[in-house]
Design a protein around this ligand. Sequence first.
Ligand code: COA
Length: 260
Amino acid sequence: MNLERVELILDGPVARVWMNRPEAHNAFDGLMVTELRKVLFDLRSEDAVRVIVLGGRGPSFCAGADLAWMKAMASFSRGENLLEAQAMADLFFTVYESPKPVVARVHGAALGGGAGLVAASDIPVAALGTTFGFTEVRLGIIPAVISPYVVGRIGESAARELFLTGERFEAVRAQEIGLVRATVPEEDLDAAVEGRVSELLKAGPRAIAEAKALIREVAWRRIEDVQRYTVERIADVRVSPEGQEGMRAFLEKRKPDWTG
Ligand code: COA
């Protein structure tokens, strides 16, 4: 696939996915949504890839949806408008349920849908000085398709304040409310990201995918309702080849085969 808005670099077990529309702060239009979703979706079946790093080329991580594109929806039919919104929702879901862990490398600005991508990723690491915001209400719109990921991550309390004011906030506050996992000076951002990547590479790739699915299944559910599911998952995973190899390696005081 010829990519215009996204750059994909395969770097051994790490796929580096760059939003690549720097002149517009990586604001995403229909083409960016399609390309980003396809790249992330196709990585699911790349067995050699174990970790995805998502970042933005140029001055910003991502300034959210392209406002000219969203504004143009007024001349679309209701059906077309819904299809475009669904495509955007699919993009966030593809990030969220990627079986490979997604580390977001966040700098500059992460606004609207850009902050949504941060929320949908697994481990967002931000440069100090990054500006965040759910600015939609200031534009007369709402942070709709990103809301499940953001509310899941920062909770209702912070969402009520930040969705309703649309105010911008900086990286330290983003960390306080749980939107990002770590903040570092910009010059240390790549090292901090690589630190997360190397921790993830120590884990069994199938176990990571299973652990992600587990979190998705148990979040917000009554223990009684998920207990049987958790029992079945551990019963399956501990007898799987990867589970057996991981435990055998521990007992034999060696590294498991996936650490290369
Ligand atoms: N949609 C479309 N274009 C956007 C955009 C967006 N979300 N964000 C930035 N751009 C464009 C600007 O229109 C400008 O285009 P131009 O050069 O043709 O005039 C270009 O990117 C540079 O933006 P500018 O505002 O001049 O740069 P800046 O460095 O002063 O500020 C931002 C960068 C990202 C902080 C600022 O552009 C911004 O706040 N953008 C709006 C983000 C937003 O609210 N997103 C939520 C969408 S739901």
